[in-house]
Design a protein around this ligand. Structure first.
Ligand SMILES: NC(=O)c1ccc[n+]([C@@H]2O[C@H](COP(=O)([O-])OP(=O)(O)OC[C@H]3O[C@@H](n4cnc5c(N)ncnc54)[C@H](OP(=O)(O)O)[C@@H]3O)[C@@H](O)[C@H]2O)c1
Length: 310
């Protein structure tokens, strides 16, 4: 798999992805005065559809549905280019928290309506924190809904997308999923998903690794890691890492991105983008040469501290 020439089929699916995929969790935020997506969101959606990255990641509940709505508006107007795919996720009912077979179908129907696409190449079960794994796998549970959608040819493959590694592991070993999405747990400062990624490779499950910048801090923005305040240990480690990068004349975020791209078990790395210029910047970051001899020096900084416990 060539991390720059890029195209590869995600294991467990027939989806063609580039090494980098783009994430749209904030697309459509903030809303316009009438609650609909504001104009800048449309410019970003247009750029994503015309950009270099094959897979656009969204979800039923991102920006309360506006992420899908903005993408769908652009798809209806400009068409979905043949080299692009939109991957979305089913979410619990926002009011009741229900996430069973029927809710999976409704979430799917909402998504295809918003996106203007009758078929989804991958549909993930998203953050299933309101239900137990056993309930999801039981008759009438979320997995039944996903399996029906796949069996009926309405989706190409089904995935599990969530955070806690033990939860992800339980879903991955169930045999029900073709692909998984882990986030913030295989980055420069957190490696706890490593075993999960190996397990997926052994089972032919494709892996998306999301949030290689920990939500932004590893790209120089914000003071949270994985959406929680970064502790003093993490900030101190980051300062040492930045100093090392300065000596090597490397941007820390190029290193953070490559850390994910160079893992052979990761089919595609999902980076969140909030503005069109990020696309060219990411291409440049992706192409930044990083000498092999840099990595042992980075490792010598010691085990990076994470703010996560799961
Ligand atoms: N449970 C799940 O399924 C789950 C959980 C987490 C994430 N995800 C997916 O993964 C995606 C990525 O996660 P994330 O957005 O939370 O974290 P991330 O990719 O680690 O970081 C995104 C941040 O990095 C900044 N950034 C992107 N490219 C940059 C560049 N070239 N230079 C400098 N800064 C750059 C963005 O800034 P701007 O906003 O200014 O562009 C944004 O603030 C999400 O959008 C979502 O699609 C899924």
């Amino acid at each position: 798999m060539d991390e720059l020439t890029d195209e590869r089929v995600v294991p467990g699916t027939s989806l063609r992805a580039t090494a980098v995929s783009v994430g749209t969790s904030f697309l459509g935020n903030p809303p316009g005065p009438d609650g609909s997506p504001a104009a800048a969101a449309d410019a970003l959606a247009r750029a994503l559809l015309a950009g270099p990255f094959a897979v656009i990641d969204t979800s039923n509940n991102y920006a309360e549905g506006r992420s899908e709505t903005v993408l769908g508006t652009a798809v209806r107007r400009d068409g979905l280019p043949a080299d692009k795919a939109i991957v979305t996720k089913v979410d619990a009912d926002p009011e009741s928290g229900a996430l069973d077979r029927d809710r999976v179908w409704r979430s799917f129907e909402e998504s295809v309506e918003r996106l203007g696409l009758p078929y989804l190449p991958v549909l993930h079960l998203h953050d299933p924190y309101t239900i137990e794994v056993a309930d999801a796998l039981a008759p009438g549970g979320a997995v039944q809904g996903l399996t029906e959608l796949r069996d009926q040819g309405l989706v190409g493959a089904v995935g599990i997308a969530a955070g806690p590694v033990s939860l992800m592991r339980a879903y991955a070993v169930s045999g029900a999923f073709d692909v998984l999405l882990t986030h913030n747990r295989y980055t420069l400062v957190d490696r706890r998903a490593e075993e999960l990624i190996d397990l997926a490779a052994d089972r032919g499950i494709g892996v998306f690794n999301a949030a290689p910048f920990g939500g932004g801090i590893l790209a120089g923005s914000g003071d949270t890691y994985a959406y929680r305040t970064a502790g003093p240990d993490l900030l101190a480690w980051l300062e040492r890492a930045r100093e090392l990068c300065r000596r090597w004349e490397l941007p820390l975020h190029a290193v953070a991105l490559r850390h994910s791209l160079r893992h052979p078990g990761i089919a595609s790395t999902i980076v969140g983008v909030g503005r069109p210029e990020r696309l060219d910047q990411l291409r440049e970051l992706q192409a930044t040469p990083i000498p092999e001899s840099f990595w042992p020096e980075l490792a010598a900084l010691g085990t990076p501290p994470s703010t996560l416990e799961d």
